[in-house]
Design a protein around this ligand. Structure first.
Ligand SMILES: NC(=O)c1ccc[n+]([C@@H]2O[C@H](COP(=O)([O-])OP(=O)(O)OC[C@H]3O[C@@H](n4cnc5c(N)ncnc54)[C@H](OP(=O)(O)O)[C@@H]3O)[C@@H](O)[C@H]2O)c1
Length: 296
């Protein structure tokens, strides 16, 4: 398949590109800079220069492909509205472009706010609708295109897609711990985060491209929930730091932009995904990765 991948130079995207190429797909990655273009080209994939703010480049990439995997995100935590607007506009553009083709459209999503008091399942629908909601309501928007002949599949990644060189949430939490000289966790540290190793996530994306029916919500989840206290203790051991509970009132001051995420209970299962695709996460686990120096 000729696959257009946005975010191909990113943490998850670069692993997905490697996986797709290894499986014999032709991949074109969207690159917004020379650096990203060079990184994508080095993998053996083709490069399409463009930007989330240049919807013509997104449209052209989707037009020339048999499938689109949308993983780019601005991740501007100081201006989430701008990130969400760009996300929604990109998804609308890809959906419009693929309408009537039956082509696969896989897009990144998350597991937040899907279920209250229990791990989220694939059956849980996203409560986020419309441009003002998290991620611009992009999952529900993308599913609207299934009625217009688009083979939409949502990729709900655990809040930590971990591994060596990860620069995401756990890297930020580890950096804060080193900077403050203490590895903190929110309150009693019993809120939990689902986790998945990056390689497991990339294998799942490739399987989803080939096998997931239209309208499927896939959970890239290897571990249902790791308590934030256990995460903080692992970071403390890795960097020889003390560990401490952070009072909920002090969370924003201590953790900055990541405080609201680290205080959330973000658990999810992947049983349906595993049964549907025959996918098994094989790890390593988040704590094994931290102990192995993935965040050093
Ligand atoms: N990592 C996780 O734990 C996790 C968890 C849940 C959901 N997700 C979602 O999964 C997707 C991939 O995440 P990730 O961790 O791989 O993110 P990432 O490492 O931050 O990569 C983001 C990608 O988006 C590209 N990008 C950013 N702004 C762009 C713009 N204006 N125009 C074009 N491309 C742009 C980046 O390009 P450059 O290389 O040029 O910067 C990069 O390729 C995202 O939607 C993310 O929200 C991730």
């Amino acid at each position: 398949m000729r696959v257009f991948v946005t975010g191909a130079s990113g943490w998850i995207g670069s692993a997905v590109v490697d996986q797709l190429l290894a499986e014999g797909h032709q991949v074109t990655g969207l690159a917004r800079s020379e650096t990203s273009a060079a990184a994508i080209a080095a993998t053996g994939a083709e490069v399409r220069r463009g930007d989330l703010d240049d919807l013509d480049s997104i449209r052209a990439g989707a037009t020339d492909a048999d499938a689109v995997i949308h993983l780019a995100n601005k991740h501007d935590w100081s201006n989430p509205a701008a990130s969400n607007a760009a996300e929604r506009a990109a998804v609308a553009t890809i959906g419009d472009t693929l309408a009537g083709t039956g082509h696969p459209f896989l897009l990144a999503s998350g597991v937040a706010a899907l279920a209250d008091g229990r791990p989220a399942t694939e059956a849980d629908r996203s409560p986020f609708h419309g441009p003002d909601s998290p991620r611009g309501g992009s999952e529900n928007l993308a599913f609207e295109f299934t009625d217009r002949g688009v083979h939409t599949v949502s990729l709900r990644f655990a809040p930590t897609v971990h591994g060596h060189r990860d620069h995401g949430f756990i890297a930020a939490i580890a950096a804060i711990a080193r900077q403050k000289g203490v590895s903190g966790y929110p309150g009693d540290g019993t809120n939990r985060w689902a986790a998945v190793h990056r390689d497991d996530a990339a294998r799942l994306v490739a399987l989803g491209l080939e096998k997931a029916p239209a309208g499927t919500r896939l959970h890239a989840v290897g571990e249902e929930g790791v308590p934030t206290r256990v995460i903080a203790e692992a970071i403390a051991r890795a960097f020889d730091l003390p560990v401490a509970s952070i009072d909920p009132d002090d969370m924003p001051d201590h953790f900055g932009w990541i405080s609201r995420f680290f205080a959330m209970d973000l658990t999810a299962t992947s049983m349906e995904t595993q049964q549907l695709l025959g996918w098994s996460p094989v790890g390593p686990t988040l704590i094994e990765d931290i102990a192995a120096g993935a965040y050093a």
